[in-house]
Write a protein that binds this ligand. Structure first.
Ligand code: SAH
Length: 227
C-alpha cells in the first residue's frame, strides 16, 4: 500500500479533510468494502481517540501510542479486522483489548442500537481513557470492563462474535465455548513479535473452521492465556 500524499504534508489539510482522504484511500485499496463499516469509519472520528500529543497524526495510517503498552490500532488493520469479523445489526460482540475505544465505537455503530458491545481491558488507566473517549460518542450499546480477557469474558457469554485486538499465542477452547452457534472469532495469533490474522468459524457444536489472512504486528496480550 503506498503512502498517501497528505501523510507527507500533514499541515496542508485539516483533520476532517484528512479523514475523508484516508477513508477514500482505504476504499480505493479494497481494504474497506462493506457499506456499514465504511459508514462507521465516517461517523467515528479517530481524532477523538488519540492522545493529544499525536493529534496531528490521527489520520495517518499508523498505530499511535496511547500508553506504555497500548496503541490505537492502524486504521487499515482495523478495517481488515472489521471486514473479516463482519459485525451485523443486532449482534452481541466481545472485544478483548479496549485500548482507545475507537474500534469499540466502530463496532457499536456496525451492530446498531439493538446490538451490544462488551469490551474488556486489562489496564485500568487505559480503560478509563477509553471510557472518557467513548462518552463523547454518546453511544448506549457499549459496556467496558477492567479485567483479564485472555480467556474471553464468560460472565456475559454467549457472543455472536469475539475480536482480539492484541496478539494471542493460541485461541483456547474456553473462548470458543463462549460463542453462539455459527459464531466467529477474529484474532492475531502467533508469537509476541509477529502474528497471522485468523478467522475461526464455529460451524457445528464441536467443529471450528480456521482461515488465515496475512501477517500483522500487534501489542502482546497479557494475562493468564497471554505471553
Ligand atoms: N483496537 C484498539 C487497540 C488496542 S491495543 C484501539 O484501536 O484503540 C490492545 C489492548 O489490549 C491494549 O490496550 C492492552 O492493554 C489490552 N490488553 C492486553 N492484554 C489484555 C488482556 N489479557 N485482557 C484485556 N485487555 C488486554
Amino acid at each position: 500500500m503506498s503512502i498517501p500524499c497528505w501523510e507527507r504534508y500533514p499541515d496542508l489539510m485539516d483533520l476532517s479533510a484528512q479523514r475523508a482522504k484516508l477513508i477514500e484511500h482505504l476504499v480505493k485499496c479494497g481494504v474497506l468494502k462493506t457499506k456499514r463499516i465504511v459508514d462507521a469509519f465516517k461517523e467515528v472520528r479517530r481524532d477523538l481517540f488519540v492522545a493529544n500529543e499525536t493529534l496531528q497524526y490521527a489520520y495517518h495510517d499508523i498505530a499511535l501510542p496511547i500508553s506504555n503498552s497500548s496503541t490505537i490500532s492502524q486504521p487499515s488493520t482495523v478495517a481488515i479486522m472489521l471486514e473479516l469479523l463482519q459485525p451485523y445489526q443486532g449482534e452481541k460482540i466481545l472485544e478483548i483489548g479496549t485500548g482507545s475505544g475507537w474500534e469499540t465505537c466502530l463496532l457499536s455503530k456496525c451492530v446498531g442500537e439493538k446490538g451490544r458491545i462488551i469490551s474488556i481491558e486489562i489496564d485500568p488507566e487505559v480503560e478509563e481513557f477509553a471510557r472518557s473517549n467513548i462518552k463523547k460518542m454518546k453511544l448506549k450499546n457499549i459496556k467496558t470492563f477492567v479485567g483479564d480477557g485472555s480467556g474471553g469474558y464468560s460472565k456475559l457469554a454467549p457472543y455472536d462474535k469475539i475480536i482480539f485486538t492484541a496478539a494471542i499465542p493460541k485461541v483456547d477452547q474456553t473462548v470458543f465455548a463462549q460463542l453462539n452457534p455459527k459464531g466467529r472469532v477474529v484474532a492475531p495469533v502467533g508469537g509476541s513479535l509477529l502474528q497471522i490474522m485468523k478467522v475461526f468459524d464455529r460451524v457445528s457444536e464441536t467443529k471450528i473452521e480456521v482461515r488465515d489472512y496475512g501477517t500483522f504486528q500487534f501489542v502482546p496480550l497479557r494475562g493468564k492465556l497471554g505471553y
